[in-house]
Design a protein around this ligand. Sequence first.
Ligand SMILES: [Zn+2]
Ligand SMILES: [Zn+2]
Length: 839
Amino acid sequence: MHFEPLPSSETMNQILDKTYDHAQVQLRTINLWDSENIYAYQVPLKGQKLYSVDTPPPTVSGSLHIGHIFSYTQTDMIVRYHRMCGEAVFYPMGFDDNGLATIRFVEKARGVSSHKMKRSEFTALCLEETVKAEAQFKDLWQKIGLSVDWNSLYSTIDERSRFLAQKSFIELYNKGFVYRRDEVTPFCTCCRTSVAQAELDDKEVSSKFYDIAFSVDGVGEVIIATTRPELLFSCVAVLYNPTDARYTNLQGKQARVALTGKYVPIIADEKVLIDKGSGLVMCCTFGDSTDVAWYKEHKLPYIQSIGLDGIFLPNTDFLAGLKVEQARERMVERLKSENLIKAEKAITHAVHIHERCKNAVEYVSLQQWFVKIVEHKPTFLALADQINWYPSFMKVRYQNWVEGVSWDWCISRQKGFGISFPVWHCRACGEVLIAPVDRLPIDPQESEYGLSCSCGSTDIIPDTDVMDTWNTSSISPYLCTDIMHGKKDDVFAEGVFESMSMRPQAHDIIRTWAFYTIVKAWMHSGVLPWNNIVISGHVLSSNKEKISKSQGNSPLDPQKLLERYSADAIRYWSGSGALGQDTAFSEDQLKQGNRSVVKLWNALRFISEHRTVGALPPKLHGTVNRWIMHRASQTLGAYKDHFEKNEFSRALETVEQFFWRDVCDNYLEMVKDMLFKPEQYDQAEVESTKLTLNNIGLRLIQLYAPFMPYVTEELYQQMYRSDAAMPSIHATSFAVVGDAYVDERAVQIVDILQQVVSSVRRMKTESKLSLKTPLIQLLISVSGESIESLKKVEHIVRGVCTSASVSYTIEPLCSEYMRQDGDGYRMAICLNTTAQTEV
Ligand SMILES: [Zn+2]
Ligand SMILES: [Zn+2]
């Protein structure tokens, strides 16, 4: 429909500005939300439902990117929906600033290196730097319209988080879920830390397979195939497959390692691949995870060649001081010079890499802290069945991961910065000495234990490791609940923690964040961390690549986007992305969002000119009014059904259809003539129409509010605020527009009316005439039953079709026509399908 301005409006309504200035409105609205505390958490009233969100704390390591905008605004839509359902919303924000990414960010910003500083000093720098970054984040989050309660903030390295992370550790240690032992763990010598199974990726790399001559006394030369000749000093066994007839003669013998001359046992093991290389392999501590398995199974000695810094240790003779690649070269040179390499072959094979830095990991044996997860796998699988997963197929990813977990969760890391273990060790008896809770948070490297061990010894040393960042992130529901309770309660105490409503997160961290959070909530409180998990997709660039790095000056940089588009238009794009699906960035969707914002503004402007402010009368006059109320009511129902399943994009589609098709294309067109020439219509119907307009206007801005919080707020402030109790559209409830409205008869009638209108429009268009071309007469061929329907809305037919008179026939017409008759036209249309097919 076209929204023509009325030169002389009879109503005294405030008329909206002709154009909508989104930049000004955004500024004004942010201030309004702030000063009116619209999003502040309020303790639920009696009987009121609580909707609490375990918001993902973004990593503080630079700036936010388009992927953040995409996923966080989707969560915001769901949250805004629940708020408008009248629920008490708790929507906090966290910042994750205790991980490697933040270390690098702060080191770069301050020109320091974390491992040369005291942990407490670096933590202080970190907090200073992250305050700045967080201010930028908050600015952007506010501009994009997140309805976060900015009083509910945490950072994963702040004092309270350190306290709760250490308290969590002590609780789980006391419950027997945490233990410490020597363990071989993947270790990234680049990041200088052990790495959890969940942080490993596989990568195909080019390498060489070397045949190296070992010897066996009494047998002679035997050929070992290996990709890691540099580990000869760590060789602890030679293995063959017991079904391999070539080597059964080696049973019980020892092999002499090439070059070193050391004797190692020859062991039969079914895991040796007969057709790989020579079928005879060495076990080194450690070349790969298979070596780890053999080492454990056959109880072999541990000889470490590579230090934690990736440099060969002094016990490796001529390799000492070299890096892995150099050591391999040097070893191959040496073996060749002694004629010990019998063949070499280029191959590609998969190695484990650290997902963060993409470097191949080594395996080392260290004293580590673990959380027991392997023995509780059936429980973690059962818990997942009690959680609602959106989209549901994401549960399969979780199940596959948990089923495949074969190691306990190593929560200790050997790096400088992070949250310390509140632990000392007695050197005399090995006892673990735990800090008392009233001293938390504590860094044992900077504080004395202060007592003697129960064995009497005072030879006590601090634990120097820090916790895996997931160990803190996985208690985010507790960090949130702690804030919600005003930091007054012991959130780990029995019965204090209650499952939160929802966790929004990305799909690539199901195996870490989602899984570990489920683990912790069960261990601490025996409950689910949340009842619903909503998984967002990633944003792909137009060439379908994942965008995760900050795009700098690219057009996709959020700040740049916000200069070019309204926040509402950007949110329209993210709101149309399907849940859990990676979505390509689409400028077209942004433009469509803009069109919807402008169309909404214009439609409400039209409504503001013609409406009567007030409640709907008990008896609504006019079939089309009853029809649009029926459709509005149906739309709200469908919209809620979609949102209850977190299908925000389908909810948006529902509103869009209602707005563009039902309201703009049909309803406003049908009542326009009545609004322009009220004297020609029944006055009771005119008044009902004006009240319906007012009601539909409010419904529309409510339905759009979760998606487009700014334009809807501005419309509310200008058109509805003065007569309503609530200071913001976002504080109103869907319930204010009234109960469900049902009128099936009106739907039947308007259905026929729409057929008439579209036929008349089609005929005019086909005759290349304006839609406003007046008709002298419109003849409608239609069934007798439909004639009765059409008579009820004949005044509307005349108005919309600009026809002076309307007549009906039940005779099938042989053809439709549009004939000129003097100054006007006569038209005949046929809704009688049987007649048309006879033509
Ligand atoms: Zn690494
Ligand atoms: Zn002791």
